[in-house]
Every structure is written in structure tokens, then in C-alpha cells.
Design a protein around this ligand. Structure first.
Ligand code: SF4
Ligand code: SF4
Length: 194
């Protein structure tokens, strides 16, 4: 897909910026496809989707040497949709449909590596957003989502010491911390009100 980014640059096509809320919703597409593949693979007792995988279709070059529209039109259509979408939306397949990315994201929820942004040290320059291969909004998040693949490109790019750091803490610890903080704040408010 880096090749498509290059092609887009050469053709001077401006990438569509997907609004953050829509981006969050569309990322669930990876889980939907992953579930469908697991379900179909178990039901048919054979690896399903291999014949439709756009990556395999495009780079396998079967379309070049054994082109057969009658039997493989769905496969070609899917590859064409992914190619077209990726020309206009950066890494469209990886962000919204890749089942492997969905599985990695699910595993990422258990990962100990977390990227944290410290608001006091951050100057909101958004430099860290640019190198992120999965297009996460690093510059506005406090703790980066489990979609992070841990490449640390954002941390390397940040010019402010201490603003962006990789720490070892699972994501559930964050929700536990914020829940405890909320409970503590509510308890304090109740005791002040008495
Ligand atoms: S570590 Fe890599 S994938 Fe994760 S937020 Fe930073 S740039 Fe993105
Ligand atoms: S690059 Fe560093 S300072 Fe700039 S927005 Fe990102 S975290 Fe903040």
C-alpha cells in the first residue's frame, strides 16, 4: 500500500481525511471481516477468503497470467475496490478491512506496551501524527488505542522531551485507573456536600 501512496503522490491526488468519529466506526470493519472468515472457515472446514484476498490477487499476478473473469469476477472486483479506495484514502484496506490487523488489534489490548502523551509537555504541533502507519491521531490522544502496532515512529518524531513516551502498562490498567479516579472524585464530592 506504500506503493499506492507513491502513485497518489505522482498523480497529485489529495488523500481524503476521514473524520475521526467515522474513522473509529469504520475500523470495526476489520473485526467484522475477521469474524466472517473464522465463521466461514469453521463451517466449511477449509481456509476461507484465501481466494478473495485482495493482496493475494494483486501481488500473486494470477490475474495477469490466468485471467478468468467468469470464475474470478468477485476476486477482481474486491481487488479493484481496495485499489481504488486506497488511492483516495490512505491505507484504506489496513485501517478498515484487514482481518489480520483486526486480530493484531485484539491482541494489542493485552499488550504491555502503551504510547502515552503528556499534555503538559506537548505543544500540539501534530508532528507525531504524520509518520503513524495506521493513521492514529497521536497528537490528541492521551493513551494511544490498541490499534497501535508499536513501531515507535511517533515517539521518534516528537521534538518535545517527555511529551510522548512508550511505557509498559496494559490498557485495562488505564480504564481501572480512570474508574478508581472517578469513584474517588464522586466520593469526595459526596463528602463535601454533607
Ligand atoms: S507507535 Fe507507531 S503505530 Fe503506534 S501510534 Fe506511534 S506511529 Fe502509530
Ligand atoms: S509531536 Fe510531540 S509535541 Fe508535537 S503534538 Fe505530538 S506529542 Fe505533542
Amino acid at each position: 500500500m506504500a506503493l499506492l501512496n507513491w502513485v497518489r503522490g505522482k498523480l497529485h491526488i489529495r488523500a481524503i481525511q476521514v473524520p475521526a468519529r467515522l474513522d473509529r466506526v469504520l475500523r470495526y470493519g476489520r473485526y467484522v471481516l475477521l469474524t466472517l472468515i473464522l465463521f466461514q472457515t469453521i463451517a466449511s472446514v477449509q481456509l476461507w477468503f484465501g481466494n478473495y484476498d485482495p493482496y493475494k490477487t494483486i501481488f500473486g499476478l494470477d490475474w495477469l497470467f490466468n485471467f478468468n473473469l467468469a470464475t474470478s469476477w468477485i476476486t477482481y472486483l474486491l481487488a479493484l475496490i481496495v485499489l481504488t479506495a486506497s488511492l483516495f484514502v490512505e491505507r484504506a484496506w489496513c485501517r478498515y478491512a484487514c482481518p489480520l490487523g483486526g486480530a493484531i488489534s485484539l491482541l494489542g489490548k493485552a499488550s504491555l506496551l502503551r504510547i502515552r502523551r503528556t499534555e503538559d509537555a506537548c505543544k500540539s504541533c501534530a508532528i507525531c501524527d504524520k509518520p503513524c502507519p495506521v493513521k492514529l491521531n497521536v497528537s490528541t490522544a492521551k493513551t494511544i488505542s490498541s490499534d497501535c502496532i508499536g513501531c515507535l515512529a511517533c515517539v521518534d518524531s516528537c521534538p518535545r522531551p517527555g511529551a510522548l513516551e512508550a511505557t509498559l502498562a496494559p490498557v485495562w490498567l488505564d480504564s481501572l485507573r480512570s474508574r478508581l479516579h472517578r469513584t474517588h472524585t464522586t466520593a469526595q464530592e459526596v463528602s463535601h456536600a454533607r
